[in-house]
Design a binder for this molecule. Structure first.
Ligand SMILES: Cc1cc2nc3c(=O)[nH]c(=O)nc-3n(C[C@H](O)[C@H](O)[C@H](O)COP(=O)(O)OP(=O)(O)OC[C@H]3O[C@@H](n4cnc5c(N)ncnc54)[C@H](O)[C@@H]3O)c2cc1C
Length: 373
């Protein structure tokens, strides 16, 4: 392990010294912020510091839904944060998805615009059709999107689901491969001469009038401005407004199944999709909000069992399956669903609290954050 002060003249000149902007965190927000900064200030030197040997938050651990809201989730949000804020958040998600599609081609991120379905279980209330009409009317008025939601119960028999009584399709949602997406973003950064230091953790920082001193596990470096893009790991800087939220995902071994597309249920708390002949399923955080308010990459057995029960009884009834992969990832949430995009002082800015839709909003947050420079 070499400390910065042990590096050569060449290495220090290339990576450590004279950085105008240093970004902490190489998730979708960190890389999008770097790209937006580069678009605004093409001559400035930009460095991204990431503490993992891979990005170690949520951007490469998520389910890959390009989602902006299922009806049951949006209805829940209206009750929680009010109509205006709900629509503001939807607007940011749509803006983010549009910018992402502009930056990364469909092929590069394996974008499939196959639609998504919000599933209503036998013991839940059917979706209120007046509210569905209201949502569709507003999507058309505010964003020019026609007939976003429609009841599509055929999908229930087609997918061989059990215990589902209603399905509502969102024709504009779909899925990506998060690994490919992040890899493509990384290449875009490299093409823009944005540099990276992996396995380098920001431990603390101090600001003076014109610069920020950033202490890392390898020593100190300076920047004119620093951007904190560490999402759920930034809660110590926003103790009242931001909390980490763990989420768990399982992927089956290959099997014969009839599921094609992306699906949500229980106000978005459960989600599943096909990955070819495997099924990815995640969620259940609502079973233990307190226990899942953590940055520990561990499993919650109660939630794991609930996910397995969903697979066994609703998605793959009468069909044996085995689990091939399972992992957890850390999101950043708060009582508000809007992201926090804010200057902490003249030269330190933060873009955090992406909730469960950072793939959608991440690019838009990066663009907004870059405007604070
Ligand atoms: C299981 C799961 C499923 C999800 N599914 C979806 C989905 O289908 N669609 C969707 O839109 N969103 C989904 N999300 C949410 C989405 O993944 C996140 O909102 C998004 O990835 C957040 O991006 P970010 O760049 O803000 O944070 P992150 O991706 O968490 O990146 C933050 C980075 O900062 C690094 N870091 C932290 N502290 C430091 C430090 N001190 N020094 C250096 N580096 C540091 C971390 O290692 C990490 O790589 C899901 C999340 C999870 C966990």
């Amino acid at each position: 392990m070499l400390f910065f002060e042990q590096l050569s003249f060449w290495e220090r000149q290339q990576y450590i010294e004279n950085n105008t902007f240093v970004i902490i965190g190489a998730g979708i927000v960190g890389m999008s912020t770097a790209l937006s900064l580069h678009e605004r200030f093409p001559k400035e030197k930009i460095l991204i510091i990431e503490r993992g040997y891979l990005p170690t938050g949520a951007s490469t651990k998520n389910a890959g839904f390009t989602c902006f809201g299922s009806p049951t989730e949006l209805i829940d949000d209206i009750n929680l944060i009010g109509e205006d804020k709900m629509w503001q958040t939807v607007a940011l998600r749509l803006e983010g998805l549009a910018l992402l599609k502009k930056r990364i081609s469909k092929r590069e991120m394996e974008l499939k615009e196959s639609g998504s379905w919000d599933l209503i279980s036998a013991n839940q209330s059917l979706i209120d059709k007046d509210i569905l009409d209201y949502l569709n009317k507003e999507f058309l008025l505010q964003f020019g999107l026609k007939d976003v939601y429609s009841i599509d119960n055929q999908i229930i028999a087609q997918s061989k689901f059990f215990g589902i009584k209603e399905a509502c399709k969102n024709q504009y949602e779909g899925s990506v491969n998060p690994g490919k997406l992040m890899h493509a973003l990384y290449h875009k950064c490299i093409s823009a001469k944005i540099q990276f230091l992996f396995a380098t953790e920001m431990l603390e920082w101090t600001s003076s009038a014109n610069e920020v001193n950033i202490l890392t596990n390898f020593g100190e470096l300076k920047a004119k401005q620093m951007f904190l893009c560490t999402n759920g790991f930034a809660s110590k800087y926003f103790s009242q407004e931001l909390k980490p939220a763990r989420a768990q995902v399982l992927v089956t071994k290959p099997l014969r199944h009839s599921i094609s597309g992306t699906f949500h249920s229980d106000r978005g708390y459960y989600y599943f999709r096909d990955i070819g002949n495997c099924i990815l399923i995640g969620g259940g955080r609502n079973l233990d909000f307190h226990g899942e308010t953590t940055t520990k990459f561990e499993k919650n057995q109660r939630i794991r069992q609930a996910i397995l029960d969903k697979l066994t009884h609703e998605l793959l009834p009468n069909q044996p399956f085995e689990i091939a992969y399972e992992w957890s990832g850390i999101m950043g949430v708060g009582s508000e669903k809007t992201p926090l995009i804010r200057s902490l002082n003249k030269n330190v800015h933060a873009g955090v609290r992406m909730g469960g839709m950072g793939l959608a909003i991440g690019s838009a947050v990066g663009a907004e954050l870059s405007k604070l420079a």
